[in-house]
Design a protein around this ligand. Structure first.
Ligand SMILES: *Cc1c(COP(=O)(O)O)cnc(C)c1O
Length: 345
């Protein structure tokens, strides 16, 4: 990995972060808070929330097996994605390299930040070719974006190929593991010590069934976490979100039950879906969704909408011609989908 001074934007390295009242007073207990111009009435919503979410990170640390000092929490993974560009990429000068097809937010954030985005196609079977990815990098490539299991293809990328990228590339590698709870592969968040240049993303939006509260996680070295904390909005995770997240973390049994139900549904739905005459291929999945190649994705998509069922039409995405991306739902929802498609003419 390159030294930090050459990886991080010089303005970000040099700047002084905003110092908020809750940063300045820390440690000892106090009972009278006259430091933040808050209104003393309307407890508990009158107080600014913990800017570093220490209680939440403490609990997450145990569940995820990552020390709290290696965790950043963002307003969805989307915040962490945007911050990566703002920390490392000099607009109009630096570039990033990413697999294609993949999650759309990486290229959107690149564009917003005026950073060149180099999309490198996966193989036709959606596997990763590390060499092709590395060949697209140059001395201005600061970040490589990987997503595993990948959205919208559903497959996890081969660990050996990912490790080749991690060891050969001198910059930052983001591995978005939003769907790692839906397979038994070893998540990269356990390898922060081996690979100091990785940033691993997780989210509350998928298995933890909390997309509404907007909470994403980034796992990385202490140095990288310090940069995230330096430039984030001071109170980026609101109090309601922190409270609700803590509540969810007390419900791990329920969450694991959902996981087993969804994996069981996935096991049943895939072969049944593959047997539909209008389905050409169902691609292997390690996530809570799958990609299917259809005879005519556009008309099947609209047919389903007419029957009150919404799937994701990915047919205009690179390598995904005539493909629909389908989320695993409840048994009833999955049956409704199959029932409707069996009637399709
Ligand atoms: C759904 C998803 C996320 C989650 O984003 P949030 O902002 O945390 O809701 C992140 N990455 C990928 C690849 C996803 O598909």
């Amino acid at each position: 990995m390159l030294p930090f001074d050459s990886l991080v934007r010089s303005t970000i390295l040099a700047m002084t972060p905003y110092s908020c009242a809750r940063d300045e007073f820390k440690g000892r207990e106090a009972s009278v808070f006259l430091d933040a111009n808050e209104n003393p009435y309307n407890m508990p919503f009158n107080r600014y929330p913990d800017p570093l979410q220490e209680e939440l990170k403490g609990k997450l640390s145990t569940i995820k097996g990552v020390p709290a000092k290696n965790i950043f929490l963002g307003n969805g993974s989307d915040e962490a994605i945007d911050l990566v560009f703002r920390i490392f990429c000099e607009p109009r000068l630096d570039n990033v390299v990413a697999i294609a097809p993949t999650y759309g937010m990486y290229s959107v954030c690149a564009e917003i930040n005026d950073v060149e985005y180099r999309a490198v196609p996966l193989n036709n079977d959606f596997t990763l070719n590390a060499d092709r990815l590395l060949a697209a990098t140059d001395e201005h490539t600061k970040v490589i974006w990987l997503c595993s299991p990948n959205n919208p293809t559903g497959n996890a990328l081969d660990r050996k190929e990912i490790e080749r990228v991690l060891t050969a590339f001198q910059g930052i590698v983001v591995i978005d593991e939003a769907y790692s709870d839906f397979n038994d592969l070893r998540p990269f968040r356990h390898d922060l010590d081996r690979f100091p240049n990785i940033i691993v993303l997780n989210t509350f939006s998928k298995l933890w069934a909390s997309a509404a509260i907007r909470l994403g996680m980034a796992f990385a070295s202490e140095d990288i976490i310090a940069l995230f904390n330096k430039i984030k909005y001071p109170y980026n995770i609101n109090q309601l979100t922190q409270q609700q997240a803590l509540k969810m973390l007390d419900e791990l049994q329920r969450i694991n039950q959902w996981r087993m139900t969804l994996l069981n549904e996935r096991r049943n739905l895939l072969p049944a879906f593959a047997e539909l005459p209008i389905c050409r291929a169902v691609y292997p999945t390690d996530a809570n969704f799958f990609l299917a190649r259809m005879t005519d994705a556009n008309s099947i998509y609209h047919y389903l909408v007419d029957h009150g069922i919404v799937v994701r039409n990915r047919s205009r995405v690179q390598l995904c011609g005539n493909c629909l991306r389908i989320t695993i739902g409840t048994p009833q929802e999955n049956n409704a989908l199959l029932g409707a498609l069996r009637q399709y003419k």
